[in-house]
Design a protein. Structure first.
Length: 461
């Protein structure tokens, strides 16, 4: 057993690497740690210290040495060939210099003093199990609308639920697919196979928590690790976004206007495939995210546009899996088809399984386009926009275009069903999307969101 102590002053590097020599014949490594929490003035962040592990292959960003990360969720962890603490990867303990990575998330004015206790267990290595991953296909309904939650945390990071429990809650919420998105680790990927099934597609991914914002890697190849150790000023984000896409996934900035330290997205949207506009229960930062996203649509998608998504970011009770959920039109319930539907923006975001929406734009000659699609028509061609909604009792309805809110209705009856039609031309309207909100007693203040759609674009590309 070895005890290592140190003090990190305010202004320390984002990550500090403590070397540990692992000799030949080591069967297990156990690490525990503590750090001080001195009192600080009101409004001043106190000490918070994250922790993880890299093996003898090194700590280079994006390199092969990653062996696990628990952030601040655990005070100890172990790694063996045959097993590891959730959040860490089992595998051989090859001899060489390993590194414990410390992440001083916040440091008090007095500094942060830590103590690491490292225990190496000698012995013959066990056998590393071959990972079994969930299938890339579930039993679907052909081309249909499928419901999913792409931002979920298990006990492999700072969540408190097992993959099996998350899957149970997903089924109760009427979801067809989920995405594993534990912070900065792929350790859960090998633990989802038993939770998946014919009725639930499990996508594998990660929430990459950089110091300048978080991004979801959605639906990557099993075992794909995306590094998180950089800031916007380092210029590394584009490289790792491309790694997500090379692994078959989508890069989706999460809660871009969250106000937690390091949570707001600062890397720009040039490399994003979609953006999480609605995160968990509707709050003011979601309202800001919606307005900022809407402003990106003003050119009518003629250059490029980012589809909006919504996810629960559920960690533990009472967080609700599937609040909200993204409902995507996909050719079938497969990884490839769901990701393609999300990438194309053929989706809407709803608060529950009960909400169903259809938004279409129909030209005078009968041509029609739906959510995420474009209706190509002459500038002066008459277009009928029609919204059909159910599962949204007492909600108000708004149609939004590049000029703002252009049509309203409601509140809908207690049956939750209603329609709204509006007439326009492509010359007047670059796009149209729908919002449904719960009633508010505050006059013109918009109510809490019940659902919103990605846009239908009008006119030539």
């Amino acid at each position: 057993m070895t005890t290592l102590r140190g003090t990190l002053p305010p202004g320390s590097p984002d990550y500090v690497y403590v070397p540990v020599h692992v000799p030949p014949g080591t069967a297990g490594l156990h690490v525990s740690y503590t750090y001080d929490r001195p009192p600080v003035p009101a409004g001043t962040p106190g000490n918070a210290l994250d922790i993880g592990l890299f093996d003898e292959r090194g700590t280079e960003p994006g390199g092969p040495g990653f062996r696990g990360w628990s952030g601040g969720a655990r005070t100890e962890f172990f790694v063996r060939a045959d097993e590891a603490t959730p959040g860490y990867l089992p595998g051989p303990l090859r001899p060489g210099t390993w590194h414990i990575v410390l992440g001083p998330y916040t440091v008090a004015p007095q500094g942060l003093s830590y103590e690491l206790t490292v225990t190496l267990t000698p012995g013959a290595p066990g056998e590393t199990p071959r990972p079994v991953h969930p299938p890339a296909r579930a039993v679907g309904r052909g081309r249909d609308w499928y419901r999913g939650d792409c931002h979920l945390h298990s006990w492999h990071s700072d969540g408190r639920r097992t993959p099996a429990r998350i899957a149970e809650l997903a089924r109760r919420a009427g979801l067809d697919f989920v995405n594993s998105s534990d912070h900065n680790t792929t350790a859960s990927h090998a633990h989802w196979a038993d939770a998946a099934g014919d009725d639930l597609l499990v996508l594998l991914g990660e929430e990459v928590t950089t110091r300048n914002g978080h991004v979801l890697a959605v639906g990557t190849d099993p075992g794909t690790f995306i590094d998180w150790r950089y800031r916007a000023r380092d210029g590394h984000w584009g490289r790792f976004a491309r790694e997500i896409r090379r692994a078959g996934g989508l890069a989706v900035p999460a809660h871009p206007y969250a106000d937690g330290i390091g949570c707001g997205w600062r890397h720009g949207l040039a490399e994003a495939d979609a953006v999480e506009v609605w995160n968990g229960p509707w709050t003011p930062d979601d309202e800001v995210a919606l307005a900022a996203w809407d402003a990106l649509l003003s050119d009518g998608g003629r250059t490029s546009w980012l589809p909006a998504m919504g996810s629960s970011d559920a960690h533990r009770a009472p967080d609700t899996v599937g609040l909200p959920q993204t409902v995507v039109l996909a050719e079938d319930l497969t990884r490839a088809a769901v990701l393609e539907g999300l990438r194309a923006g053929r989706s809407y975001v709803a608060e529950s399984r009960h909400v169903r929406l259809a938004l279409t734009a129909t030209a005078a000659d009968g041509r029609r386009a739906g959510i995420g699609e474009r209706l190509t028509a002459a500038d002066d061609s008459g277009v009928t926009v029609r919204l059909e909604a159910s599962g949204v009792p007492r909600c108000s309805v708004r149609l939004v275009t590049d000029q703002g809110v252009v049509a309203t209705a409601g509140p809908l009856p207690v049956s939750g069903r209603g329609t709204l039609e509006w007439h326009t031309t492509p010359a007047r309207t670059a796009y149209v999307r729908a919002e449904l909100r719960h009633e508010t007693a505050l006059g013109p203040v918009p109510g809490v969101m019940a659902a919103f759609t990605n846009p239908v674009f009008l006119g030539g590309a």
